[in-house]
Design a protein around this ligand. Sequence first.
Ligand code: N01
Length: 504
Amino acid sequence: PGPATGGRPRRGARRHVEVLVVGSGFAGLGAAIRLQRDGRDDFLVIERGPEVGGTWRDNTYPGAACDVPSHLYSYSFELNPDWTRSFSPQPEIQEYLRAVAVKYGVLDKHLFDTEVTSARWDASANRWLVDTTGGAFSCTVLVSAVGALAEPKLPDIPGIESFAGEIFHSARWNHDTDLAGKRVALIGTGASAIQIGPAVVDTVAHLDVYQRTAPWVMPRHDRRYPRVESLAYRHVPFLQRAAREAIYWGRESYVLGFALQPRLLDVAQQIARRNIGKAIADPELRAAVTPDWQIGCKRILISNTWYPMLARDHVDLVTDGIAEIRAKSIVSVDGTEREVDAIVVATGFHVTDSPTYERIVGKDGRSLAEVWDSEGQRAHKGAAVAGFPNLLFVVGPNTGLGHSSMVYMIESHLNYLSSALRAMTERQLATFEVRRDVQDHYNAGLQERMARTIWQTGGCASWYLDKFGNNTTLWPGFTFAFRRMTRSFDIANYDTTERSAERD
Ligand code: N01
């Protein structure tokens, strides 16, 4: 972490900045670099953690790695020839982000260990009033770069608070706990759990895996990059960019392939079935891990070690739901009580109901949480919300991906942000607010396309869907279409006020 304290306001004073960015993961750090490159100096990044990195700082569980190829999972302006594997492990990505923050000199624009407690739109002054644990600020434009998978979700299981052993969430791994020789329960079988299980299985004495819904798991084609390959990426001009392009178009062709030929999903499902068959001989266990919903409905997981792990003698797959947690055990619905010393909760995140949204209060006094709770998460182009002037998200609603790199989506939104700020300067704008009819039209079109997708028709319940059954998290199309759509700020879709019209 850099010199993070220079920007704190004096006691009692509210410090004003032109742009205030909340969060410093790939999105917020990228925003800081973009603002700086655009020649802006009057901005600040507020980050609740002790350093940059976001999800890659927080998810330090054993086995954490990215399942998007390394060359694609980096900023386009800062390719990294030194990735050691085709799928980067978490420590390497975190190291990359730290190095980028230093190289681009934006650390002194950060306030670390500082949490935003509220952000209220002040219509009389055309600015956001932002209270934090490190002082009070105001800003002309508020940028939310908090990410969709940042708030750990704990399961609502009776008795969970009475557990006397170690219990922690996958995104809050307790490195002081030694799992060696312990009886461990792993709750959940999502992307986090399938990396954790195989990484701890050789350490623990016994592992109970609590599976509510079986996931589809495809083979993982990971490899270490030989030194010569890294050298080539470093020294042969454009080679890494070419590799990146090839991976990018390979990934986009999934979308085209599945859209034009939905039966390709059946082929994928067969490959996943073979993955099970190769590793698990016991027909009962095979049946238990075979999903009853269509592949693609939830995120497709990749692992070569998950099924072999489940077949190990000291691992039990428990498919009966959890009825209760007691001081030293977990009781499943069929009444079986299993003693455990430690519980790892890999139950995902508050996505559509993040507590962050309660803290952002728009022009009519309603919080983003209230608005989204009543009508579902909606934004224009994933960035702007009617009723919340001068607020832009970097990867807000319907910008998530199941097939490619979020960094690409983030950089698309940084173009949009940059263009919006430029428009404000050029036109001397005090405020911009997306028109409600525009937002409604955009979302109606989006949901119409969504209704035909596997995420909605595949017969599963996933974190992609909100309580109304709408997919408000993913982008339903090609990423280059998103890039084109966000290339420049579509000011005609916004109500604006000019600075000259500002009230004193
Ligand atoms: O969370 P999840 P995650 N009792 O929500 C189960 C990204 N990511 O942290 O399927 C029992 O996917 C739940 O069961 P069910 C990636 O985008 C990427 O694993 O809802 N079980 C499910 O099995 C991913 O999609 C990477 O029935 C309960 C699991 O917990 C996203 O993060 C790695 C339960 C939660 O799965 C989230 O992944 C890790 C309960 N009460 C994460 N509540 C890579 O790039 C929930 N579950 C590799």
